[in-house]
Design a binder for this molecule. Structure first.
Ligand code: ADP
Length: 364
C-alpha cells in the first residue's frame, strides 16, 4: 500500500465547522464553514440581514452556536454538541465597531490604555504597550490629543490601536467604515487594507460593500440568507462568481437562464456554442467587461465570427466619471450591463454582443 504525501497547506488558525444558529423557529445561519490562516483577513460580505453580525458574535463568544464548532489555533473554543463555549474574554478577540466608541473626555493614549484596564498589567508595561500600539498605527505624535480634535481617519486609527493593544488572537471589524462619508470611506478603505497587511493580525471584516471586501480581505465569503454562497480570494470571487447571486451582488457579471433555444445555437462550423445544458436550472454568466452594447446603427458590417449578437433596448445610462454604465434589456427580459464611452439613447434599439467562449456556466 502506498501512502500519498500531500503538499502541506498552511495550518488554519481560525476555523468554523458547520456552524448553525436559530432564532426561535427561524434559521439565521446554516452550515457555515471556513478556515483562515494566521495573519490573514476574511471578509464576510452580504446584504443586510444575511447573518454576518450573528456569525461575528458567535466567533467572539458573545452568542452560543446551536450547531457546529469553532476552533482557534487547533483548539475547540465553541462546540454546540457538547455545550462548550469558551467565555469571550478568554478568546482574546478584539472588536472595532462602526461607531468606534471612543471616550471624548480621554486623550488618545488614555483611550488606548483603556483597552488594557482588565489585564492587570503594571504601569510600565501598560505604557510600553500603549506606545507600541500607537506607533504601529502611526499616531504616536497625537497621543495627547482628544478624539474630537482628530480627523475621522485618525479616530479610526485610535479605535484600531485600542483593539490591538491587548494583542488579540483575532481582530473583528463590524462595518467600521459604514458611518463615514464616501470620500473618507475610500481613503480609509485603502488605509485599513494597508494596516491589516502590515500588522499581520488575523482579521474578520464584516461589510455589505463589495469594494471594501475585495480591497481589504485576503479571502471573501459572500453570504446569502445565512449561508456562504462562495468563499475565495477577491480576484476569483470577481472573475469567477460561483452563483448568480454572487455575480449580481458584486455587479461583476450578467446572468441569464440557459434556455432550450440557446442550447441549440451553433457556430459557423456547425459546433454547439455552449456545452450541453445539464439537467436543472443552469445560468450563463458573462462579465460586464466582456459585453459590448452598441446602437444598432453602429453594428459592424462583418462582425467577428461566432460572436453572439442580441437585439435589446437601452434602459439606463449612468455616467460614472470615466465611462457610462449602460443597461439593456432583451425582448425575453434578460438584463445586460456593460460600459460605453458615449451615452446610448434611452429606449432605443441596441445590440448586445459577447463571445460565447467567455461565458461561464453556473447552477444557481
Ligand atoms: P447582518 O449582520 O448580515 O445584517 P444579522 O446577523 O444582524 O444580519 O441578522 C440575521 C437575521 O437574524 C436577520 O433576519 C435578523 O432580523 C435576525 N436577528 C438578528 N438578531 C436577532 C434576535 N436577537 N432575535 C431574532 N432575530 C434576530
Amino acid at each position: 500500500m502506498s501512502v500519498k504525501i500531500s503538499e502541506s497547506p498552511a495550518m488554519p488558525y481560525l476555523q468554523a465547522e458547520n456552524v448553525g444558529k436559530m432564532y426561535g423557529d427561524t434559521r439565521v445561519l446554516n452550515g457555515i464553514s471556513f478556515s483562515l490562516e494566521r495573519g490573514k483577513c476574511l471578509a464576510l460580505l452580504g446584504p443586510s440581514g444575511c447573518g454576518k453580525s450573528t456569525l461575528l458574535n458567535i466567533l467572539a463568544g458573545l452568542l452560543p452556536a446551536d450547531e457546529g464548532k469553532v476552533l482557534l489555533d487547533g483548539k475547540v473554543i465553541e462546540d454546540a454538541a457538547t455545550g462548550l463555549s469558551l467565555p469571550a474574554q478568554k478568546r482574546r478577540f478584539s472588536v472595532v465597531f462602526q461607531d468606534l466608541s471612543l471616550w471624548p473626555h480621554m486623550t488618545v493614549a488614555e483611550n488606548v490604555a483603556f483597552g488594557l484596564e482588565y489585564l492587570g498589567l503594571g504601569n510600565e508595561e501598560k505604557h510600553r504597550r500603549v506606545d507600541e500600539a500607537l506607533k504601529r498605527v502611526e499616531i504616536f505624535p497625537l497621543r495627547h490629543r482628544h478624539p474630537i480634535t482628530l480627523s475621522g481617519g485618525q479616530q479610526q486609527r485610535v479605535a484600531i490601536a485600542r483593539a490591538i493593544v491587548v494583542e488579540p488572537s483575532v481582530l473583528l471589524m463590524d462595518e467600521p467604515l459604514a458611518a463615514l462619508d464616501a470620500n473618507l470611506r475610500e481613503t480609509m478603505r485603502d488605509e485599513i487594507a494597508g494596516l491589516i497587511r502590515r500588522l499581520n493580525i488575523t482579521t474578520i471584516y464584516v461589510t455589505h460593500d463589495h469594494t471594501e471586501a475585495l480591497t481589504i480581505a485576503h479571502q471573501v465569503a459572500v453570504m446569502k440568507e445565512g449561508s456562504i454562497e462562495q468563499i475565495a480570494e477577491p480576484r476569483k470571487i470577481y472573475d469567477e462568481p460561483a452563483t448568480t447571486f454572487v455575480a449580481s451582488f458584486l455587479g461583476s457579471a450578467n446572468a441569464f437562464l440557459y434556455s432550450y433555444e440557446m442550447e441549440a445555437l451553433r457556430n459557423s462550423s456547425g459546433e454547439l456554442l455552449f456545452p450541453p445544458r445539464p439537467a436543472g436550472n443552469w445560468h450563463l454568466l458573462v462579465r460586464r467587461e466582456h459585453v459590448r452594447i452598441i446602437p444598432v446603427s453602429q453594428a459592424d458590417e462583418f462582425p467577428i465570427e461566432d460572436l453572439i449578437q442580441w437585439k435589446a433596448t437601452c434602459v439606463k445610462n449612468t455616467f460614472s466619471g470615466e465611462r457610462y454604465e449602460v443597461q439593456a434589456v432583451t425582448p425575453k427580459g434578460e438584463v445586460f450591463r456593460g460600459f460605453t464611452r458615449e451615452p446610448l439613447p434611452l429606449d432605443h434599439p441596441v445590440l448586445v454582443e459577447f463571445d460565447p467562449r467567455q461565458v461561464m456556466l453556473v447552477e444557481k
